[in-house]
Design a protein around this ligand. Structure first.
Ligand code: ZN
Length: 118
């Protein structure tokens, strides 16, 4: 349930990097300067390396907000995918399966015109 996809992890790291500022020089971090040490549920531990002043920082921060953002977006994507199948399609498939005698070969062998052309 709490497993993270690699793409999600990358996105979380980008978000964390964008939210952080170097405590030493006050400049922002770029994505590849932040590494994940551990993420347990909503809590994340990150190591950040400042490219400006070369200092390393260990940061603990909540990733709840980022995870919710990803979850919300994925929910929308799956809604769109479901929306593309109309009730008519489902009825059509149902009718097809009711009439279908299980002979796939008959269906696959129907377009035979190709051979005549050759
Ligand atoms: Zn710095």
């Amino acid at each position: 349930m709490n497993t993270l996809k690699l793409s999600h992890l990358t996105e979380i790291v980008k978000n964390v990097a964008a939210a952080l500022k170097c405590p030493k020089c006050g400049k922002g971090f770029v994505g590849d300067a932040v590494d994940v040490v551990d993420i347990t549920g909503d809590r994340g531990l990150f190591s950040a390396h400042c490219l400006h002043c070369n200092s390393a920082t260990l940061v603990a921060m909540s990733v709840r907000e980022f995870r919710q953002k990803i979850a919300k977006r994925e929910k929308q994507i799956s809604k769109v995918a479901i929306g593309q199948i109309s009730p008519a399609d489902v009825v059509g498939l149902k009718n097809f399966l009711e009439d279908f005698d299980g002979d796939f070969r008959r269906i696959l062998e129907q377009p035979e015109q190709k051979k005549k052309v050759e």
